[in-house]
Design a protein around this ligand. Structure first.
Ligand code: EPZ
Length: 414
């Protein structure tokens, strides 16, 4: 995926279908290692992070085959529990293999996941949960070496409701001896989706989606066929795109009930919306209203993964807006690029103060991470002239075909 160019000033009209959820797919693919047989996952997005995860599964010894958007995984013969840095450095969420490799094989060696553009991304909460379950963890040459004869169920209180640490603990607990209780668990829908996948394979998990999850260890899992839910962040990204470009769009297969916080913010910005089962119809206002303050929070709060996209819309809203980013310390990397387009944004620690301007000017900008890259497309849709986005490959990490989808809605982008 080379540069992306966006022609601004063209309102969006039409219908688009939302892809499967990236942040549900990744832990579910890791979870397929826990079962010595077959896992079939339908509606899997063909994105870079999923392709990377498939490579890690193959490296571990799985047979993995794509059939359009379905993945057929056979994990009968795992002979390698060491993840090479080739994939792990490209995708820090490979840390999710810690729990499933330990659960299946009793050992795992994973590269110390570096930080990334949006933050240091430590994994201390993951590691302390594993140690509570009897895992011995050492570090050697930038690798984490984890070993456990048999994982033991126990009570685990997470100091922060980390999504990844909750997922890793669930994966380690499914085949463990006894019962594991996770307190202060993350409540993101992707956690509930992971537990739905595992329960359909014969796991015994209760409380998914709440702050207390109880996992009763079982001896083994069974073959299963699963249909992945849609991606609430991709859906929100497209709604923000319409707010920036103007027009009226309809999303199909949108996970509406997971989008309450973002739909509330869109309404406050002047969007008029109608809902019907899994469809969202949004009519954009002539100009978005400003927002006194929006804070990103763990689910069900406003998602950090939609913060950059919202920021791009508020750059042209009527009046002053404020965003407070509470999850990742580095999630304003995209601001200098938006300023190049004429945006008026002040960053004071974790707070962004935005003075809405009538016009943004298309120019050459550079993506530096996934959601920031999507935000630049959104800014370009509402700018005058053409915006060229370099390093647009970041966007392919999470969006199956954002340019194709936006072209379906009438955008001139590609
Ligand atoms: C998941 O990341 C998502 N990634 C992120 O989406 C998402 O932004 C994030 O959850 C929050 O919702 C996937 O699901 C693959 P966390 P994760 O552990 O699990 C700190 C995207 O754009 N923390 O909930 O890494 C951490 O530094 C991506 O799709 C520790 O301090 O998020 C951060 O400040 C980006 N120690 C906060 O917790 C730890 O051991 C939230 O992190 C773990 C996390």
């Amino acid at each position: 995926m080379g540069d992306i160019t966006v022609k601004g000033g063209i309102p969006l009209y039409g219908k688009v279908c939302i892809q499967g959820s990236k942040n549900a797919a990744l832990p579910i693919l890791a979870a397929s290692l826990l079962h010595e047989g077959i896992s079939i996952i339908h509606n899997c997005p063909r994105i870079l992070d999923v392709e990377n995860t498939v490579q890690i599964l193959r490296e571990a010894g799985c047979l993995v085959k794509w059939q359009e958007n379905s993945l057929i995984i056979s994990a009968g013969n795992i002979q390698n529990t060491r993840i090479s840095s080739e994939y792990a450095t490209q995708m820090r969420s490979s840390v999710i293999f810690l729990g499933s490799l330990l659960g299946r094989m009793g050992s795992a060696s994973i590269p110390l996941p570096g930080g990334c553009t949006i933050g240091k991304r430590p994994i201390d909460i993951h590691l302390s949960a594993m140690e509570n379950m009897g895992v011995r963890i050492t570090e050697e040459n930038e690798m984490i070496l984890a070993k456990a004869e048999r994982l033991k169920g126990t009570k685990i209180m997470l100091r922060f409701p980390s999504v990844g640490a909750t997922e890793n603990t669930i994966l380690a607990a499914v085949l463990a001896e006894g019962t594991t209780i996770i307190q202060n668990a993350a409540q993101e829908p992707e956690i509930a989706e992971l537990c739905r996948f595992l329960n359909e394979k014969g796991a015994k998990i209760k409380g998914a989606g709440s702050e207390k999850i109880v996992i009763e260890g079982v001896r083994s899992l069974q073959d299963s066929e699963f249909v992945l839910m849609s991606d609430r962040i991709v859906a929100g990204t497209y709604l923000m795109a319409a707010m920036s470009a103007g027009g009226e769009i309809c999303l199909e297969k949108a996970p509406i009930f997971q989008m309450t916080a973002q739909l509330k913010v869109l309404k406050e910005m002047g969007a008029s919306m109608r809902y019907d089962k899994d469809q969202i119809q949004l009519k954009a206002p002539r100009r978005a209203k400003s927002l006194a303050m929006v804070m990103t929070r763990p689910y069900p709060g406003f998602p950090t993964d939609l913060q950059s996209q919202l920021l791009a819309v508020l750059c042209r809203a009527e009046g002053r807006s404020k965003i407070i980013e509470n999850i990742f310390e580095g999630r304003y990397q995209i601001v200098p690029q938006l300023r190049k387009m004429g945006a008026k944004i002040e960053i004071i620690s974790q707070e962004a103060q935005i003075e809405g301007v009538e016009k943004l000017e298309g120019t050459a900008v550079r993506a530096c991470e996934l959601r920031g890259g999507a935000a630049l497309i959104i800014a370009g849709l509402g700018a005058s002239g053409v915006t060229k986005i370099e390093d647009s490959w970041f966007i392919k990490r999470g969006y199956e075909d954002i340019c194709g989808d936006l072209r379906t809605l009438g955008a001139v982008v590609g």
